[in-house]
Design a protein around this ligand. Structure first.
Ligand SMILES: C[S@@+](CC[C@H](N)C(=O)[O-])C[C@H]1O[C@@H](n2cnc3c(N)ncnc32)[C@H](O)[C@@H]1O
Length: 272
């Protein structure tokens, strides 16, 4: 069977888990072959000799197991990041958070940033790539996340700009002058029933407490206490009211909420 016929044979198995089944079989095939899409385009009519391995991966994906955990890659901000099980898969809307932070940091020389909940490292690594003289302290409670973020920092050559620390929120963050805190913390309410594909991701990267915004409130409080001037956070689409009310307790100079690509409230930037 040719590659083209093999892709057509396996695509229907993924029709219930993705709206792009053929494309996903192609991605899995390219992962197995370690080739790029141009190569596949030029070799569609050649004999496929890896059907057994491909079939196993397609069957795994058909259980709603995330594609990114199979290929160990996710694209973010036009770059390909390493991804591993036990660490949250990057979401496209987090690019907006990076843009908001970059807009502020580009005007601050020798900026110092703390990221709470680094995960794969997408936020810290992208900021380190975008801002020449930045220094970042990136923390997480998850050892797998810290190891993976460090791997991604090395992949993009920014490991000298980021210090990784195991820390529950700010607990182990040194009390030095910091310009910005940035975070995409867990913010889903504990009782929320996750879609099946998301259940494969670590729950401590997703659930933020009984209401969901508890960690965000802790981050706001500590940012204000440490006199950090800027706070950029992602949040749940229904948390704008409670967080704008809570932020008022800390007399911010300005707060701007922003929406995601689906026009849902998704985060805020606060100036203290
Ligand atoms: C929603 S994920 C975000 C990961 C990554 N920054 C991103 O945007 O894709 C939240 C991260 O916060 C970490 N986390 C959860 N609770 C934490 C805590 N109390 N202190 C530090 N990190 C925490 C999780 O392990 C997870 O990596």
């Amino acid at each position: 069977m040719t590659y083209e016929q093999t892709i057509k044979k396996y695509a229907p198995l993924l029709k219930d888990v993705t709206h792009i089944p053929q494309k996903e079989v192609e991605i899995l095939l390219l992962f197995v072959l370690d080739k790029n899409p141009i190569w596949l385009h030029l070799n569609y009519k050649k004999e496929c000799e890896c059907e057994d391995i491909l079939a196993k991966l397609v069957k795994k994906r058909a259980t709603d197991f995330p594609l990114e955990y199979i290929t160990k890659r996710a694209s973010f901000y036009g770059e390909s990041f390493e991804v591993r099980e036990n660490v949250l898969i990057p979401r496209p809307e987090t690019e907006i958070l990076v843009e908001k932070a970059e807009a502020i940091l580009k005007d601050i020389s020798n900026s110092k940033v703390v990221e709470i909940g680094v995960g794969t490292g997408i936020i810290s690594v992208m900021l380190a790539k975008l801002i020449p003289d930045i220094k970042i302290i990136a923390v997480d409670i998850n050892d797998h996340a810290l190891a993976l973020a460090s791997l991604n920092a090395k992949k993009f050559g920014v490991e000298d700009k980021i210090t990784f620390i195991k820390s529950d929120l700010f607990t182990n963050v040194p009390n030095i002058k910091i310009d910005m805190c940035i975070s995409n913390p867990p913010y889903i309410e504990n009782s929320f029933k996750l879609p099946k594909n998301v259940t494969f991701e670590p729950s401590n990267a997703l659930f933020g407490g009984v209401k969901g915004d508890e960690l965000l409130k802790n981050i706001i409080k500590e940012t204000s206490k440490r006199e950090i001037r800027f706070l950029c956070c992602e949040m749940g689409f229904d948390q704008k009211n409670s967080l704008s009310g809570y932020l008022k307790n800390f007399n911010p100079k300005k707060v701007e909420f922003y929406k995601d690509y689906e026009n849902l409230d998704r985060g805020f930037v606060a100036w203290f």
